[in-house]
Design a protein around this ligand. Structure first.
Ligand SMILES: Nc1ncnc2c1ncn2[C@@H]1O[C@H](COP(=O)(O)OP(=O)(O)OP(=O)(O)O)[C@@H](O)[C@H]1O
Ligand SMILES: O=C(O)c1ccc[n+]([C@@H]2O[C@H](COP(=O)([O-])O)[C@@H](O)[C@H]2O)c1
Length: 211
């Protein structure tokens, strides 16, 4: 990667990747004139119950399939190759050290913003990159909303909001739908849908129930 570039990173569990992720990434890429958009599947997402998460090789492969037709998108195995929890501060530090001079935007959904105060080394992280917070159905975009009470004031200086078309899609809903045999067509790319079928993924959803 050339120095002086501006990159966007969308980190996630991607269990599985879906159209909400892809739309957020594409709109962020365009709006912020990002030279490159990198998807980084988390090996061990810090705030999720690791027990129910699909093996990382499957999650990584589904990201590869989902982005294969977009030359601006790439996927990095960096967090899969690192032991321990997948802390964002470690990932951003790695990129800044490896590619001096790059500027990084880390993309998150507004749901993640609510609990960002719990992230590892947040003060340092805020000095290393900027955040693009994308809208998500079910979460209101109002700094004074009760759900943002715990968000430290300095964070608002380091984030940009990006309205994206509301796609009420989540990986957990897709997993539940697959488990009970419901259609997931148009919620995620057809290549990913095919991969899920061929590999019989999400047949057992560890006691989750579909409402
Ligand atoms: N439909 C969506 N619209 C906007 N942002 C989204 C959407 N789905 C996920 N995101 C954001 O993408 C990032 C990665 O999300 P993640 O891989 O955890 O997917 P998820 O759908 O939230 O998964 P789960 O339902 O299992 O919690 C997070 O910052 C999340 O807020
Ligand atoms: O660094 C942290 O402490 C931290 C805490 C929670 C989430 N993250 C990152 O935020 C991204 C979205 O997380 P998730 O759990 O919604 O898939 C993913 O890249 C995680 O590694 C990072």
């Amino acid at each position: 990667m050339e120095t002086g570039r501006t990159i966007g990173i969308l980190g996630g569990t991607f269990d599985p990747i879906h159209n909400g992720h892809l739309l957020a990434a594409e709109w962020a890429r365009e709006d912020f004139k990002l030279d490159e958009l990198i998807f980084i599947p988390a090996a061990r997402p810090p705030h999720k119950d690791l027990q129910g998460i699909l093996e990382s090789n499957h999650r990584y492969r589904m990201v590869e399939l989902a982005i294969e037709d977009n030359p601006d998108f790439s996927v990095s195995p960096i967090e899969l190759e690192r032991a321990g929890y997948s802390y964002t501060v470690d990932t951003i530090t790695h990129y800044l050290q490896t590619y001096p001079g790059i500027k990084i935007y880390f993309i998150i959904g507004i749901d993640a913003l609510q609990i960002i105060y719990t992230w590892k080394d947040l003060d340092r992280l805020l000095t290393l990159c900027r955040f693009i917070v994308v809208t998500r159905p079910g979460y209101e975009l109002d700094k004074n909303a009760a759900c943002f009470q715990s968000v430290p004031a300095e964070i608002w200086e380091r984030i940009e909001f990006l309205y994206i078309p509301a796609l009420e899609i989540s990986s957990s809903d897709i997993r539940r739908r697959v488990a009970v045999g419901k259609t997931v067509k148009y919620l995620l790319p057809s290549q990913v849908e095919k991969y899920i079928k061929e590999n019989c993924l999400y047949q057992d959803i560890n006691g989750e129930t579909y409402e």
